[in-house]
Design a protein around this ligand. Structure first.
Ligand code: FAD
Length: 307
């Protein structure tokens, strides 16, 4: 077992890597262990991150933050944390890594993010890079102004997303993929009033390769044989929080499995912090970075007070 870390950061997306920058600059011994499956790596170009006029690719952003963290002495290992236990007498935590290593840390920051429910579409990554499939209208609704947009999903999340997207386009269709909408009459009337079409028929085929000249579009074939064509599809198929480690420690979560934290990102387990999408929060890079800054500063101050 290596010597004890001040902080083990689980997850190396924008939250974990930003916390690593702060902690390394607070002269803390910090290790980031990252499975390298950040949501950020799916972003073709992010246009809403302050300071990047013209946008930045998700993979470029990750590489930059990682290099910045390493400049100050933070270590970033690719791998996974498979188990976490809290040691008795406030002695911190012991973590088991996928490669067999065991590390001990005074504090742990969980920055493991969430996993998007993804539509069954061939070549999904490629379709997302081309902007044919998207997941976050807060992030890129501006880029699809006045386009023909379909929202995939049903229930409150999908209807909420369809209503939000009306900010950007009058051409919005909600595709429930064969699920019944199960809406109260007034909710259905609200969708009608906003001009949002609802299609409850199952989709049997998706073709994301229907470029005509420079016009990219996706063709969907419904069970009846009818085809629909959209410039972009927003997947509103829900998310799953990567919070199994927090659950094993008994940390408080909401009913989506996302961590409940105080305003310094402390979870209900002493010494255990959380930041980014895994927290009950707005899923945005700026928020993940802000929470990471809060968490890292609280961790440093807590450790100073222990001396
Ligand atoms: C297509 C798309 C477009 C988006 N566009 C934008 C945008 O334009 N602007 C914006 O602000 N936001 C955007 N987002 C959202 C943004 O990507 C997330 O809010 C951000 O990545 C959250 O950062 P995070 O560090 O909390 O989680 P993540 O970036 O998901 O990183 C979590 C990391 O933890 C790792 N991990 C999980 N479990 C373990 C474990 N047990 N051990 C080790 N490592 C583990 C994962 O592999 C992953 O690398 C977009 C998301 C998507 C999918």
């Amino acid at each position: 077992m290596a010597s004890k870390l001040d902080c083990l950061i689980v997850g190396g997306g924008p939250a974990g890597l930003t916390a690593a920058i702060y902690l390394a600059r607070y002269r803390r011994a910090v290790l980031v262990v990252d499975e390298a499956k950040s949501r950020c790596a799916w972003i073709p170009t992010s246009h809403n991150l302050a300071g990047f006029t013209g946008g930045i690719r998700g993979t470029d952003l990750l590489a930059r933050i990682r290099a910045q963290a390493e400049t100050y002495g933070a270590r970033v290992d690719i791998g996974s944390v498979t188990a976490l236990e809290r040691l008795p007498s406030d002695n911190g935590f012991r973590a088991a890594l996928g490669d067999g290593r065991v590390v001990q840390a005074a504090t742990v920051l969980l920055a493991t993010g969430v996993i998007d429910g993804q539509p069954a579409v061939p070549h999904l990554y490629d379709a997302m890079q081309r902007g044919l499939i998207r997941v976050c209208p807060i992030c890129d609704g501006f880029e699809v102004m006045d386009q023909r947009i379909a929202v995939l999903g049903h229930g409150a999340q999908a209807t909420g997303e369809a209503r939000f997207i009306r900010t950007y386009s009058p051409y919005v269709t909600l595709l429930t993929l064969g699920e019944p909408m199960d809406l109260e009459l007034d909710a259905r009337a609200e969708l009608d009033a906003l001009g949002i079409a609802v299609v409850e028929e199952p989709v049997v085929a998706v073709d994301t390769d229907t470029d005509i000249g420079t016009n990219r579009s996706t063709r969907l074939t419904l069970q009846s044989g009818r085809t629909l064509r959209f410039d972009t599809l927003y997947s509103a198929l829900g998310i799953t929080a990567r919070s199994a480690l927090a659950e094993s420690l008994g940390a408080r979560m909401n009913d989506e499995g996302r961590l409940i934290v105080d305003r310094h990102q402390r979870t209900s387990v002493p010494g255990f912090f959380a930041a980014g999408d895994v927290v009950s929060t707005l899923n945005q890079i700026a928020v993940a970075m802000g929470e990471a800054a809060m968490a890292a500063t609280a961790i440093h101050n807590d450790l100073r007070c222990r001396r």
